[in-house]
Design a protein around this ligand. Sequence first.
Ligand SMILES: [Zn+2]
Length: 85
Amino acid sequence: MKKCSTGKRLYASEQLAEDSLIEAHIHFEYKAGAGPKGVYKCDECGSYHLTSHGAMNARLSQLLVDGTIQKQKEAGRWNDKFKKH
Ligand SMILES: [Zn+2]
């Protein structure tokens, strides 16, 4: 697997990075304004990384606003006890 000097996880496409960004918000309880907010293409490795800086990703923002993230959290809660994060 490729590695990047940023030490961040690599995503092969913007789509995969976005999916992971959204999943992170479903699985973890971030305080307002905390946690990863967007994805960017890395100049160094050419892959995509998550970032907590800059503007919030449009897809993530919409899912937070329309309640989808919250619904997914509740839907997943019952099996959380089988997984340790
Ligand atoms: Zn990189």
